[in-house]
Design a protein around this ligand. Structure first.
Ligand code: FAD
Length: 279
């Protein structure tokens, strides 16, 4: 495998305990060998994990890597968003993942100032010009709440035109869906980089649960193969490593600009995939 030159980025979720924080420092140290463009940290909608996200971003910056906080706008007031962005700016953050966010049960769409991610992108551009590199979310298999595929594509185009610099996709196991999405978006005049989000697989049941809620499809052949290993987690990991690595190889070979890994706060599987890819 030839050495890869395309950049990588890695996503974490905030931890709640000092032990979790210490473990994340070690995980990031392991992943830093791949010279990531940035580490990102998710954030719960409605500010539910704001302290944890802030802590992770502070840690990442102090370790000398670029940090990208996720900012889900649903449930937040406009001024709260501006204040948070001011704080990130003063810390030295140059990269934001701008999202609507998953609406927590019981929180209606109407409780904050903004309703969709395109409005957040507009706000960031209006208030901060080009200070932040703005990432947006993309859904090659379409967002589960979209009225139709066409509608979702049009919404993505509107969000990109609002001023996004690049996009990170929901994870997928069907590279054709990604390439089709990129073609459809190009045909609508949008040429920002669309970075595949890659999910390593350690457990079938967890993956199935997660995929049901976020609308990512596990193809039938993959589902049946993973199910056939039952509780044999070694076999599941070995098989899924092959499948995901082969998909990443194809994505890079056929034009994906870089890869973004959903690490689930673990370095093991992600590191193996990156090494196999030639990083
Ligand atoms: P939007 O782009 O606003 O789209 C949401 C839905 O509304 C779509 O169905 C879209 O078609 C439709 N829509 C968009 N604009 C309009 C409009 N103007 N009028 C009518 N309909 C419209 N969630 C979190 O809570 N925290 C995170 O940290 C987080 N990180 C993520 C990172 C990545 C890379 C990805 C892919 C997702 C992440 N999510 C996160 C999940 C994401 O917040 C959810 O999928 C959420 O439901 C949609 O967010 P969005 O920014 O894509 O929304």
């Amino acid at each position: 495998m030839a050495k890869q030159s395309k950049k990588l980025s890695f996503e974490f979720f905030p931890t709640r305990t000092p032990e979790g924080r210490a473990k994340q420092v070690v995980t990031r140290k392991q992943l830093r060998q791949f010279d990531p463009e940035f580490f990102s940290c998710t954030s719960g909608a409605g500010g539910s994990t704001r302290d944890g996200t802030m802590q992770a971003i502070t840690d990442i910056l102090s370790e000398g890597t670029a940090a990208a906080p996720h900012l889900p706008c649903i449930g937040m007031q406009r001024q709260e968003i501006v204040d948070l962005l001011e704080e990130y700016k003063s810390m030295g953050v140059r990269h934001i993942v701008a999202l609507r966010g998953d609406i927590p049960s019981g929180m209606g769409m109407g409780s904050g100032s903004l309703h969709y991610a395109n409005e957040l992108v507009e706000l960031i551009k209006t208030e901060f010009g080009s200070h932040f590199h703005i990432e947006i979310a993309a859904y090659p298999e379409f967002h589960p709440q979209a009225r139709s595929a066409e509608d979702d594509l049009n919404n993505f185009v509107r969000k990109a035109k609002a001023g996004a610099d690049s996009a990170i996709t929901q994870y997928f196991f069907n590279a054709d869906a990604y390439f089709r999405f990129v073609d459809d978006v190009h045909a609508r005049g949008i040429n920002i980089p669309i970075i595949p989000g890659i999910m390593p697989v350690a457990s079938f049941s967890k993956l199935a649960r997660f995929s049901d809620t976020c609308g990512a499809e596990i193809p039938r052949w993959l589902r049946l193969k993973l199910q056939s290993y039952a509780d044999d987690s070694t076999a599941i990991k070995a098989f899924a490593l092959d499948v995901v690595t082969e998909m990443c190889e194809r994505l890079l070979r056929e034009g994906a600009p870089s890869l973004h890994f959903y690490t689930l706060n673990q370095a093991g599987l992600v590191s193996t995939i990156c090494q196999r890819l030639g990083y």
